[in-house]
Design a protein around this ligand. Structure first.
Ligand code: HEC
Length: 145
């Protein structure tokens, strides 16, 4: 059941993001928040298939995972500048430990790349989403307020 909690957390975060952006002035912060919102949107595509809210579509699932891989690779790029904003939840330790931050991004990029190839049936979605969520959490636990 732990997995459902993870999913709900991702889902709730995704729906509150729309409002969170409105007051952000710094363009670097805005850009990285937009990228994270895309991460949430693609994770949600898989979550909704799993819950039966949308019908299972192998290609859509694979595409969502491909996009997650691409976004993960892009993550260190949008975080390169140590920009701040009152609305930002990024911990400043990101820029002291940028190698570790980059590694966590690459780990998720690899995981999602492998999953994009291996996912074939609806039964693959639950373990896939669990691994994706762990990848998000590994970084959020460390580098997000
Ligand atoms: C390598 C680190 C890292 C990974 C991996 C990561 N995130 Fe994030 N995420 C962050 C950081 C740091 C922030 C806070 C950014 C800020 O507020 O400036 C954040 C913020 C967010 C936000 C809030 C954005 C906003 O508008 O305030 C969402 C939603 C999010 N992440 C979703 C995800 C999802 C879903 C995944 C996995 C598919 C993921 N993230 C993977 C580091 C990461």
């Amino acid at each position: 059941m732990n997995f459902f909690k993870l999913f709900v957390a991702v889902f709730i975060t995704a729906s509150s993001v729309v409002f969170a952006h409105s007051g952000v002035k710094d363009k670097n912060v805005k850009e990285r928040m937009m990228l994270m919102k895309e991460m949430a949107n693609n994770t949600k595509i898989i979550g909704q298939m799993l819950k039966g809210k949308t019908s299972f579509d192998e290609n859509e699932a694979k595409l969502a995972l491909e996009r997650l891989s691409f976004l993960s690779l892009k993550t260190p790029k949008v975080f390169q500048v140590n920009a701040t904003d009152p609305k930002s939840e990024a911990k400043s330790s990101i820029w002291d430990e940028f190698d570790e931050f980059t590694k966590l991004s690459q780990d998720l990029a690899e995981t999602t790349e492998v999953l994009a190839v291996s996912v074939g049936t609806i039964n693959d979605l639950r373990p896939a989403l669990k691994r994706v969520s762990s990848g998000c959490k590994a970084c959020h636990n460390k580098y997000r307020e």
